[in-house]
Design a protein around this ligand. Structure first.
Ligand code: NBG
Length: 818
């Protein structure tokens, strides 16, 4: 139980033992560390109690396997979930510190790129809060997502040394280390009983060392574990090698260990096809699967029933080697026959698809794959052989089906096919996305195995994105409807009765205003740009990708600016366009788009003739910690992906929760957001997904016609190549211009239908402006957005995974004094 005086003493003691300093002498970072260790002390008892309870009650456990966990800062969130936030704030005040400032000392553990990694983090929060036994399994990258600096308008990537001061919320657990083997060859031996034995030889190996992070449930004493693996060289092996004079190989193993967990690939919705990436995948999967089996065997003797107590959720294709690794261990180490191992595996593994973008679907060249993972490759070959037989049985003589569905085809191992053929569940992440999977992308698989397919619309945790990120609004909500929304978000619909209440409207908009002031201050401090908190804060924050169409947004800003220059007296409600986005380091056009945004910002923000009516801000280094503040301050949520391309989107939900109104296409979860809040409380525009798909299939879209016939659009595009935003340099943005009209390369012009959707988008913006001028109408819309977001809690998503896929048992933690 939390005790303020003990806590204060613990903070002081920690500073002393960690740094040989008094609290007065400690640096802010040292105070953060001391406070965090004191908080960890509080967590530890619940962590132990939770694990004891799990041991006793033996509930079924989900292992959420993911290359990415975008956790964000832990200190504030842990305090809230422990119900100790206010007391700790007071305790620190008494010691002369400000909790917010101390929270700001924490690095964001940015072990993820974007939505996929953040979803995994929200899921862990919900699993703990709902009281389900769960592990997150991932990689402890030494360098997380790069830090973004903007220099001269360009993105510069700087290493993210999140571990440099030590991370207080992790626990190294060498006693659970596992060996992971790469390369070599497979030798087959006949055993006396006639069974074949497969032995990997002449391999290199590394030691996987787990680091555990506590995942604190909200007010329920549950503490689950995120287990991320670090790599170390295997020392005694190394000595062996030296004895034999195999110095070279020993050094290689040392290097392998060093490089394997070095960096997170900074790609979102795109795979790089790099050997090191496959090594990372097998590394954390092999260690995690070994650990899961070891844990199961502590309590159970019959490995055939593994799936009754354990399920693996594969977060996209990145962890799909788990299927073959589980087969390998069951057969080669546990002695099961193929059919027995297959039954266990197919009842254990489930797969989530997070994208239909072709460039994100992992395929590995056979050569690379079989060399790195010879035994795993053999097993996948056999899975493939049997799967093809099944296809032939179902569709006799149909070669086309084999071509489209085989796991190994054309020299490549297709990871999504492996996951679908071998898993017991395949889910999409929003209604529309799942329908597109069933009817387009994975049509053949759906026809063959319809029972595997299901939808799980994504969600977000309200505990981070409202309770922590927007404390003023959270308090206001609680004042009006009580605090049940914290663990039961649909309760928030009780706010609907206040949508027309003038006092409530004023209070709600006043909180929004204060949050806008907070963000304005941040912008001033970080960008040196003054923005008017009375202007409309129109925000697009997410990874930079062509399909997300930040380009549409900035082209529209250029158009508005042209309008304002041409008609200086036009009625124009001041607007602040806020962007935040990292681009993959190798994604040239995305990086050029960042430059364009900053170039437009430079011109527009410094043009005194428009009286500050348009401001453009690019927030550097968009990440979870500043995201929390940005959502709280947004009026308009830009969700403008080309319909059909955004599997779900989850920032759309975070904005909605904070009372921002969606301006978007009918894509991903926007569809369901509109269903919940009503079309009159969102601004929807543009091509529908089926229209996009039709154009993609049949052609018939000619952006050049639009360019030729629409003066406004032509003017904006010409400004890309006449130096308007590039100090006269006509080449700087030519690639973007070409991509829209492309007559040159083989790439289809305007792949993402930007020109097609441009005018409908501009229209939607006019409607936003009109709605915002009507203060009451806007306040009502904003309140209704917050009040209608109940469906989008990750608690609901997780409950559906539990009920329809995992079938976990709920656990109550017994703590002392309860
Ligand atoms: C992303 C989608 C988002 C979705 C998240 C979480 C990948 C591969 N997919 O639309 O682009 O919200 O996954 O499901 O990163």
């Amino acid at each position: 139980m939390f005790n303020k005086e003990t806590f204060k003493k613990s903070v002081k003691d920690n500073v002393k033992t960690l740094y040989r300093r008094t609290l007065e002498e400690a640096t802010p970072q040292q105070v953060f560390q001391a406070v965090s260790y004191a908080v960890k002390d509080v967590i530890i008892d619940d962590w132990l109690a939770t694990q004891k309870t799990y041991e006793k009650e033996d509930p079924k456990t989900v292992y959420y396997m993911s290359m990415e966990f975008l956790m964000g800062r832990a200190l504030g969130n842990n305090l809230l979930n422990l119900m100790a936030y206010d007391q700790v704030r007071e305790a620190l005040e008494e010691l002369g510190f400000d909790l917010n400032a101390i929270e700001d000392q924490e690095p964001d553990p940015a072990l993820g790129n974007g939505g996929l990694g953040r979803l995994a983090a929200c899921f862990l929060d919900s699993l703990a809060t709902l009281g389900y036994s769960a592990y997150g399994c991932g990689i402890r990258y030494r360098y997380g997502m790069f830090k973004q600096k903007i220099e001269n308008g360009y993105q510069i990537e700087v290493p993210d040394q999140w571990l440099k001061d030590g991370y207080p919320f992790e626990l190294r657990r060498p006693e659970y280390a596992k060996e992971v083997k790469f390369g070599g060859y497979v030798r087959v031996e006949m055993e006396p009983n006639g069974k074949m034995k497969f032995i990997q030889e002449n391999y290199q190996s590394v030691l996987a060392i787990p680091f555990d992070m506590p995942i604190v449930g909200y007010n329920n004493h549950v503490v689950n574990t995120l287990r991320i693996w670090d790599a170390e060289a295997i020392n005694n092996f190394q000595l062996d090698k030296f004895d034999k004079g195999e110095y070279h190989q020993a050094v290689e193993q040392e290097n392998l260990a060093k490089t394997i967990v070095e960096v997170l690939y900074p790609n979102d919705n795109h795979y790089a096809g790099k050997e090191l990436r496959l090594k990372q995948q097998y590394f954390f999967i092999s260690a995690s699967v070994q650990a899961a089996i070891e844990k199961y065997k502590k309590k159970h003797s019959d490995i055939h029933k593994f799936y009754e107590k354990v399920t693996f959720q594969l977060n996209d294709t990145h962890p799909t080697v788990a299927i073959a690794e589980l087969m390998r261990i069951l057969m080669d180490e546990e002695g099961l026959e193929w059919d027995e191992a297959w039954e266990v595996t197919t009842k254990t593994c489930a797969y989530t698809n997070h994208t239909i973008m072709a460039e994100a679907l992992e395929k590995w060249p056979i050569e690379l794959f079989s060399k790195l993972l010879p035994r795993i490759y053999q097993i996948i070959e056999e899975i493939n052989r049997r799967f093809i037989m099944e296809i032939q049985q179902k569709y006799p003589g149909n070669q086309d089906k084999i071509k489209k569905m085989a796991i190994i085809y054309d020299g490549q191992v297709k990871m999504a096919h492996l996951a679908i053929a071998s898993g017991y569940s395949v889910n999409g992440v929003a209604k529309l996305h799942t329908e597109i999977l069933k009817n387009q992308e994975l049509k053949d698989f759906y026809e063959m195995m319809p029972w595997k397919f299901n939808n799980k619309t994504n969600g977000i945790t309200q505990r981070r994105f409202l309770l922590h990120g927007n404390q003023m609004l959270a308090a206001w909500v609680t004042d009006h409807i009580g605090n049940e929304w914290i663990t039961d978000l649909p309760q928030i619909s009780r706010l609907k009765v206040y949508a027309d209440d003038e006092k409530a409207q004023q209070e709600f908009m006043n909180i929004k205003y204060q949050n806008k002031q907070r963000l304005a201050k941040y912008i001033y401090e970080h960008n040196g740009i003054e923005v008017n908190p009375r202007s409309i804060f129109d925000v697009q924050v997410k990874r930079l990708h062509e399909y997300k169409r930040q380009l549409l947004n900035i082209l529209h800003v250029m158009y508005l600016y042209n309008q304002l220059k041409e008609h200086p007296d036009m009625d124009f409600y001041p607007r602040t366009f806020i962007f935040g986005a990292k681009a993959a380091a190798g994604y040239r056009r995305a990086k050029l788009t960042i430059k364009l945004i900053n170039a437009v910002a430079d011109v527009v923000n410094n043009d005194t003739s428009i009286g500050g009516k348009i401001k453009v801000v690019f927030i550097e280094d968009y990440r979870v910690s500043n995201a929390e503040m940005i959502f709280a301050a947004a009026d308009v949520s830009e969700q403008i992906s080309t319909a059909s391309k955004e599997a779900s989107g989850t920032s759309n939900m975070k904005f909605m929760l904070n009372g921002a109104v969606t301006l978007g296409t009918l894509d991903g979860a926007n569809v369901e957001i509109v269903e919940e809040v009503g079309e009159e409380n969102a601004f929807i525009f543009g091509l529908r997904s089926d229209e996009v798909i039709q154009y993609e299939k049949n052609g018939g879209y000619y952006p050049m016609d639009i360019f030729n016939n629409d003066q406004d659009i032509r003017k904006v595009l010409m400004q890309l190549i006449n130096g308007t935003y590039a100090n006269g340099d006509m080449e700087m943005f030519r690639d973007i211009y070409d991509s829209l009209l492309n007559t040159k390369s083989s790439e289809r012009a305007d792949t993402y239908f930007i020109l097609k959707d441009f005018k409908p988008y501009a229209d939607a913006h006019r409607q936003v402006e009109a709605a915002y001028r009507d203060e009451k109408r806007w306040a009502k819309m904003a309140i209704l957005n917050t009040a209608s977001c109940g469906k989008f809690t990750s608690d609901r998503t997780i409950q559906q995974y539990v009920d329809e896929i995992w079938h976990l048992d709920k656990v109550q933690i017994e703590t002392e004094g309860q």
